[in-house]
Design a protein around this ligand. Structure first.
Ligand SMILES: *[C@@H]1O[C@H](CO)[C@@H](O)[C@H](O)[C@H]1NC(C)=O
Ligand SMILES: *[C@@H]1O[C@H](CO)[C@@H](O)[C@H](O)[C@H]1NC(C)=O
Ligand SMILES: *[C@@H]1O[C@H](CO)[C@@H](O)[C@H](O)[C@H]1NC(C)=O
Ligand SMILES: *[C@@H]1O[C@H](CO)[C@@H](O)[C@H](O)[C@H]1NC(C)=O
Length: 501
């Protein structure tokens, strides 16, 4: 979620190797379905529409329902005639699908504008990035010893295994649950990591408590608004993402969503889906979607339905399941509230111990877990369009800042963080799962041709994770439709893929 990916960690973590083109040829046999519905036009839903089109071919009708804006949690706000990302802005290094989308859509990467990061503990800066890479490396070494090498190796090992997904998907393999997917990549170790607190895994690795408190916790606070009790798998995914900030799309990340819908030749319906029910006619099972548009209510029958919107009751997707036997239990889990406040004004650098703003060298401030702190991070942000002459505003000038906090900021809190301000725009998100370590992972297959995408968020909430889930669901729907059981939940895939080549 954070715009400020932690450059300090970039010092720690090196780039991952790239693998080849993830697109394999689609198998074409069997009569295709005639109509498919996707509910939700965020990155998950748009990518699903795109992959469904690839696998099912040009004939099938793909309808995408969206009650709000295309892009979902990828959204922008306008301040002083410029647009800024208010929602998802982490695109992480495991970004092969996202890279592919950007390339196919002819979009551009947004230029990154240098800016230093520091970690604040409520009283002082405890970690400050410098201009000099070797000095940062030396300081980290001096302060944390072997911890960051251990962390780097751990994250690298996890990501190397995770990268297998691109090979499996390129060969057309699909998984019927998030557990099966994780198991095929990293065995029971990966599944265990979705259940166990990050802090516990790191301590076991020999990472020091100090490193966890001063480096890991601030990154989890800015990325997920939560502490180091989040599951280890999520933590590892976001640490891998902390290493580069190349990743934003010129004009706004949401352009990926609208672009994908376009190349998928999908029909976008501005509608709230109210209910879904199975309709069995002889051998044929279809789903009826009832929906409300600005023009009134309607309903349509579909052969395949993909739900790409969080279904937890607390989020209020508004979709009722009717006529399913047995009835669906409520999906477990909650989404976590985070408030993004975009402020146009003058940062109060005194608050951070720098009475003279001209001496304040930082663009992003992360925070440690501290009872006095009412915010998770504050960062100077750049607009989604960066012109050639763009430079980041200096702290003594009025600039645009994004503050993440668990609760909306009240006036006195704003006055503490900002000397004065012109405007304040508040976006309340439930952007990521509230990760408790006890719940299981939600199912992918809810019913024979009814799929649920957002369960992946319990293993990792990032645009790329949603894209991986989208590809998986398109493949799964395709194989289920064509009864190709040998392409689903296969074991020992690394070996099989080697022998296939
Ligand atoms: C995962 O947890 C299960 C059950 O607690 C255990 O049997 C298994 O060995 C663990 N796997 C790994 C790789 O640690
Ligand atoms: C993290 O937050 C949860 C509540 O969200 C709390 O139960 C837990 O004790 C906290 N853990 C740490 C290590 O602070
Ligand atoms: C921002 O960038 C996008 C993509 O390059 C472009 O379509 C749009 O016109 C730009 N907007 C402005 C205000 O420059
Ligand atoms: C800025 O921060 C300082 C130090 O915390 C505080 O005393 C002051 O009230 C804050 N606000 C303004 C407007 O200076």
């Amino acid at each position: 979620m954070a715009g400020s990916l932690l450059p300090l960690l970039a010092v720690l973590l090196s780039a991952w190797p790239a693998v080849g083109d993830p697109e394999g040829p689609a198998h074409v046999d069997g009569a295709p379905p005639s109509k498919i519905a996707v509910v939700g036009a965020g990155i998950g839903g748009s990518a699903t529409a795109h992959f469904l089109r690839q696998h099912f071919g040009p004939e099938v009708q793909v309808d995408v329902f969206e009650k709000g804006e295309v892009g979902g949690r990828l959204a922008t706000v306008t301040v002083n005639h410029n647009d800024y990302e208010s929602g998802g802005s982490i695109i992480h290094s495991l970004n092969l699908h996202m890279q592919d989308f950007v390339k196919q859509l002819g979009l551009k990467y947004r230029r990154s504008v240098a800016g230093k990061t520091a970690v604040f503990n409520g009283k002082e800066m405890i970690l400050e990035e410098t201009d000099w890479y070797l000095l940062d490396l030396f300081r980290l070494w001096w302060r944390y010893g072997i911890s960051f090498i251990r962390l780097q190796m751990w994250v690298e090992e996890i990501m190397e295994k995770f990268m297998r997904i691109y090979k499996y998907q390129a060969h057309g393999y699909a998984f019927s649950s998030v557990e099966e997917l994780l198991d095929s990549l990293g065995g029971s170790g990966f599944i265990n990591m979705t259940r166990r607190p990050l802090s516990e895994s790191l301590l076991e690795l020999g990472v020091s408590q100090r490193f966890i408190d001063e480096v890991i916790a601030p990154v989890m606070r800015v990325n997920y608004g939560q502490n180091v009790s989040i599951p280890a798998f999520i933590g590892a995914v976001s640490l891998a993402g902390a290493q580069n900030n190349l990743w934003a799309v010129e004009g706004g990340n949401k352009l990926v969503c609208s672009g994908l819908l376009k190349i998928a030749n999908a029909n976008l319906l501005q509608a709230q889906v109210n209910a879904i029910s199975p309709i069995q006619l002889g051998e044929t099972l279809q789903y009826q979607l009832s929906f409300t548009t600005a023009a009134g209510t309607g309903s349509e029958l579909y052969d395949i339905v993909v739900l790409a919107t969080p279904l937890q009751p607390s989020v209020g997707s508004g979709v009722q399941f009717q006529g399913f036997t047995p009835p669906f239990d409520e999906l477990p889990g909650n989404y976590h509230n985070t408030v993004a406040t975009i402020v146009h004004g003058y940062l109060n650098t005194s608050f951070f111990g720098f009475p003279d703003p001209r001496l304040f060298p930082f663009a992003s401030i992360l925070t440690t877990e501290s009872p006095d702190l009412f915010f998770n991070s504050v960062a100077s942000v750049c607009p989604v369009n960066i012109s050639a002459g763009f430079r980041r505003k200096q702290p003594q000038e009025a600039g645009v800042y994004k503050v993440f906090s668990p609760q909306p900021l009240d006036k006195s809190q704003l006055k503490m963080l900002f000397r004065s301000y012109y405007s304040v725009q508040v976006t309340e998100w439930q952007p990521y799962s509230h990760y408790g370590s006890s719940q299981g992972l939600p199912p992918v297959e809810l019913h024979p041709s009814l799929y649920y995408l957002n369960g992946i968020e319990w293993a990792g909430s990032a645009m790329e994770m949603s894209s991986v889930a989208a590809k998986n669901i398109a493949l799964l729907a395709y194989h289920r439709w064509n009864r190709q059981t040998d392409m689903v939940d296969q074991r020992d895939l690394m070996h099989r893929i080697k022998t296939e080549l």
